[in-house]
Design a protein around this ligand. Structure first.
Ligand code: NAD
Length: 375
C-alpha cells in the first residue's frame, strides 16, 4: 500500500545486518537533497552505528519504518551489502547494492525479477566518478589499513628523538598503488613513516612519487601492461614468480606492508609467499586488503590474523566500517549522485539500456516488468 498520494518515487533504506557492518547507505544530509524527487523511508536504527539517529533522519524529511514495510512499499531499495534472504524486494522493484560480483546473488535476484543495480558495475568514467562507491570506500580502507597496521606493529611510525634514545621511523610499503594504496601512502607519510610504493602499472610511479614516497624499482614487475580501462592485466605464473622474488628483497627491509594489488574480476596476484615471510623481520605486519579475492600473501585468511615467523598477516575485509561515519558519508554521496542521475526530471527511475551508466548497471537485465522503469 502506498503511504502517500504523491507521484514521487519511494526510496527505502535498510539497516545493514551483516556482522560487523556499521555503515548506512544514505545519510540525512543527502536525503534532504533528494526530497524534491523522492520520498525516503529509513529502517529504524539504520544509521545509529554510523552516528545518524532516527530523529536526524526525520528532521531531514525521511519517514522511519520497519524492514517489512520498507520492502513492501519502496520502489527502490538502497543498501550497502548484498541482500540477505529476508531482504529481497518484491518482483519488479529495484535494488541498489553491492553484490554484482557474486553469481549466486545475481542469479537469485534475476530469478525473482528484481532489477539489481549492482554498484560494482558503475563504470569508471569521469561522468560516473561521483557515483563510484568502490573508489570512495577503497580510499577509506587505505587510510584505515595504516591505522590498523600501526596498532599491531609495536613500533612507532615517526622518528622520535628523546633523552632516552632515538627511535628510527618505521619503513612502510604499499603494494598496489591504486586508490587504496595511494591513500595508505598518504596516511603513512602523514604519520611520519619512511614510505615506499609499488605497482605494475608504469603510470603509478609518478603518483607514488608525487605523494613524497619512493617507488620501489622492481624490473620484473613493470610490464604487466594496462588494459583499456587503465587497470593492470593479469601476469603469467612465471612473471608472478619473478616478481615475488624481486619484491622479496624490498619486503625484507620493511616493517609495515599494506598490500592492495587487485585485478578486476580475477583472483588477487600472489606477491608475498612463505619464503618472503621467512626473510622479513619478526614483528613486521602485513595488512592484506586483497583478502576477499584470495589475498596478496600466501597465508592470508579473510578477517583473521595469521602469524608466520613472527610476521603478522592481517586480512580485514571491511575496514571502511571502522570509519563508519565518514565511510557512510562518502557512500551516501555516491548513492545520491546515482539517484539524482537516474531520476532526472521525471521523478521516475530512468533505466535506459543504451545509457553508459544505467546500461552498465542493468548489464542486460530486462526492465519490461519493472514498476518504475521509464526508458
Ligand atoms: P584495483 O583495486 O583493482 O587494484 C589496486 C592496484 O593494484 C592497481 O593500481 C593495480 O595496478 C595494482 N596491481 C595489480 N596487479 C598488481 C601486481 N601484480 N603487483 C602490484 N600491483 C598490482 O584498482 P583501483 O585502485 O580501483 O584503481 C586502479 C586505477 O584505476 C588507478 O589508476 C585509479 O586511479 C583508476 N581509477 C579511475 C577511476 C575513474 O576514472 N573514475 C576510478 C577509480 C580508479
Amino acid at each position: 500500500m502506498p503511504i502517500d498520494s504523491s507521484d514521487r518515487i519511494k526510496v527505502g533504506v535498510l539497516l545493514e545486518r551483516a556482522s560487523g557492518e556499521r555503515r548506512v547507505a544514505l545519510i540525512p544530509a543527502d536525503i534532504k537533497k533528494l526530497n524534491s524527487k523522492a520520498t525516503v523511508i529509513v529502517e529504524s536504527g539504520a544509521g545509529r552505528e554510523a552516528g545518524f539517529d532516527d530523529n536526524t533522519y526525520i528532521g531531514a524529511g525521511a519517514r522511519i519504518a520497519a524492514q517489512c514495510e520498507i520492502l513492501e512499499i519502496s520502489d527502490v531499495i538502497v543498501k550497502i551489502r548484498p541482500p540477505g534472504v529476508n531482504e529481497i524486494p518484491p518482483s519488479g522493484r529495484t535494488l541498489v547494492s553491492l553484490g554484482g560480483r557474486d553469481p549466486y546473488i545475481v542469479e537469485s535476484l534475476r530469478k525473482r525479477s528484481v532489477i539489481h543495480l549492482a554498484l560494482e558495475r558503475i563504470p569508471r568514467t569521469t561522468r560516473a566518478q561521483a557515483m563510484d562507491v568502490l573508489s570512495s570506500q577503497a580510499s577509506i580502507a587505505g587510510y584505515a589499513s595504516v591505522l590498523e597496521g600501526a596498532r599491531a606493529l609495536g613500533m612507532m611510525l615517526p622518528m622520535l628523538i628523546t633523552a632516552a634514545g632515538t627511535i628510527k621511523p618505521a619503513r612502510m610499503i604499499a603494494l598496489g598503488a591504486g586508490v587504496a594504496g595511494l591513500q595508505a601512502i598518504a596516511t603513512a607519510r602523514r604519520l611520519g613513516a619512511v614510505v615506499h610504493g609499488f605497482d605494475v602499472r608504469a603510470a603509478a610511479r609518478e603518483q607514488v612519487e608525487s605523494l613524497g614516497a619512493r617507488f620501489a624499482l622492481v624490473d620484473a614487475g613493470i610490464g604487466a601492461g594496462e588494459n583499456a580501462g587503465g587497470y593492470a592485466g593479469e601476469q603469467s605464473s612465471d612473471q608472478q614468480a619473478q616478481l615475488r622474488r624481486a619484491l622479496s628483497t624490498h619486503l625484507a627491509t620493511m616493517q609495515l606492508v599494506i598490500s592492495t594489488a587487485q585485478i578486476p574480476g580475477r583472483p588477487a596476484p600472489l606477491l608475498i609467499d612463505r619464503e618472503t615471510l621467512g626473510m622479513m623481520k619478526p614483528g613486521s605486519v602485513i595488512v592484506d586488503l586483497a583478502a576477499e579475492t584470495g589475498g596478496n600473501c600466501e597465508v592470508t585468511r579473510p578477517d583473521e590474523t595469521i602469524t608466520v615467523n613472527g610476521v603478522r598477516v592481517m586480512g580485514p575485509t571491511n575496514l571502511p566500517s571502522l570509519v563508519a561515519s565518514d565511510a557512510s558519508r562518502l557512500f551516501s554521496g555516491n548513492i545520491r549522485s546515482l539517484l539524482t542521475y537516474l531520476l532526472e526530471e521525471s521523478r521516475q527511475l530512468h533505466l535506459d539500456a543504451s545509457d553508459p551508466i544505467s546500461g552498465a548497471l542493468l548489464d542486460g537485465q530486462d526492465t519490461t516488468n519493472a514498476l518504475v522503469a521509464a526508458a
